[in-house]
Design a protein around this ligand. Structure first.
Ligand SMILES: *Cc1c(COP(=O)(O)O)cnc(C)c1O
Length: 403
């Protein structure tokens, strides 16, 4: 219990948590089931190249995503790259800056140029009006991102892409099992990419997948990810190796077994945060999927300094000192503020920058207990109750330390 500002760990008190409470811890899996699957694969002596576990994983992801086809890959990045190559894109690709840098890197690595657009202030997602403004003769595609598991304006982006004859892909690394306009996110645009990196809601150690209803696109992407084998007439890009191994599929399947339970647990953690922080001036939990299915993989808080009396950065510092390892959300800093994009072009993305400076990601996932959330929220309430005093005190401390 903190009674005075001097009790805070930032000012010399003992931390509220002995064990760090973190964002993005891997979800524990049923080890017996995992080892059963691994043993089965070893006995089977089929360890990669579209083995039975990978096929099963693909079928289950396609079902969850509501699509006819799924191609499992070695990562979310390689899924995006196979799509870019399968569509034989060149030139510019419009995307939000507020996304994990992998969305931009995937495209740039293949010699295309990401063009960043601002987000809608309310939703935090790519703003379709800004996308229309950014289309030029060089534009080849749009990549929508369902940031933090919330759907972007997928149907509007579909209309824009159709009007301009552009390819439309989605990065749904945060949105496995989520819906947009009541439809599973996988069904929009030409194809959608997922990531099964270990920090995501379903993990395969490393892994990814693309889903689509376009059988030809799926077949091209699959062939390109297997050294271009079986492509009639070959491909100008040759091919690469982006296959998922049976070990990754074993992990992915076992993690997928727990998906519904993990998503339900995430939902109750998200609701607990909302209840605990209701009425705290200047601190809001960004709503997530009220009308939609959501995996609630991220709980994102927004701090309005004028109302809270304390800014996002100090709140972050203060909570981290207590061993509550809150962090800026994934996608912050936004891509246009990171190299190599920063020195390539200058962007005016005021809404992206405002959101990036106000948001933080709260610890969730099945390793975070209700008690930890209660204590963390008590710290937030304490910080806001003493906001201006803490802000002054931290400034004096920094001056004294010569920072
Ligand atoms: C994690 C992530 C990726 C990359 O996925 P990997 O499997 O790590 O390559 C891409 N986009 C977003 C939005 C992500 O969060």
């Amino acid at each position: 219990m903190k009674r005075t500002p001097g009790d805070l760990a930032l000012f010399g008190g003992p931390p509220a948590f002995l064990q760090p409470v973190a964002v993005g811890r891997p979800t524990p899996v049923d080890r017996t089931r995992l080892f059963e699957r691994l043993n089965w694969a070893l006995d089977n002596q089929w360890l990669s190249n579209g083995g039975p576990l990978t096929c099963e994983f693909e079928a289950r992801i396609a079902e969850l995503a509501g699509t006819r086809h799924c191609v499992a890959t070695s990562s979310g990045t390689s899924a995006l790259q196979l799509l870019v190559r399968a569509a034989e894109l060149s030139g510019e690709v419009i995307m939000p800056s507020l996304t994990f840098v992998a969305t931009a890197h995937a495209v740039r690595w293949l010699g295309l140029t990401p063009v960043f657009c601002d987000v809608d202030e309310r939703t935090g997602q790519l703003d379709p009006a800004r996308v229309s403004d950014a289309i030029t003769a060089r534009t080849a595609a749009i990549i929508g991102v369902h940031l933090w598991g919330n759907p972007c304006a997928a149907a509007e982006l579909e209309k824009i892409a159709a009007d301009h004859g552009l390819w439309l892909f989605f990065d749904a690394a945060h949105a496995l099992g989520c819906s947009a306009d009541g439809r599973p996110v996988g069904g929009f645009g030409a194809a959608t990419a997922f990531s099964f990196h270990t920090t995501k809601v379903v993990g395969a150690f490393e892994g990814g997948a693309l889903v689509t209803d376009d059988g030809e696109l799926a077949a091209r992407a699959r062939a390109l990810g297997n050294f271009g084998k079986g492509l009639e007439g070959g491909s100008p890009a040759g091919g690469t190796n982006a296959k998922m191994s049976e070990a990754a599929a074993a992990m992915g399947l076992t993690s997928l077994d727990a998906y519904e339970a993990v998503a339900a647990g995430n939902r109750s953690r998200y609701e607990r945060y909302r209840a605990e922080l209701a009425g705290v001036p200047g601190v809001t939990i960004r709503p997530c999927g009220e009308q939609e299915r959501s995996n609630h993989q991220y709980v994102i808080a927004e701090v309005d300094k004028t109302k809270a009396g304390i800014g996002r950065d100090l709140l972050l510092e203060l909570l981290r000192a207590e061993n509550a390892l809150v962090a800026p959300p994934i996608g912050v800093p936004p891509c246009h503020q990171l190299e190599p994009y920063r020195s390539q072009a200058s962007y005016e993305l005021p809404r992206t920058e405002a959101l990036a400076s106000r948001t933080l990601s709260l610890p969730t996932g099945s390793t975070v207990s209700a008690e930890s959330i209660r204590r963390l929220c008590a710290l937030v309430r304490f910080a806001v109750a003493h906001g201006p005093g803490l802000t002054d005190r931290r400034r004096e401390q920094a001056l004294a330390e010569g920072q």
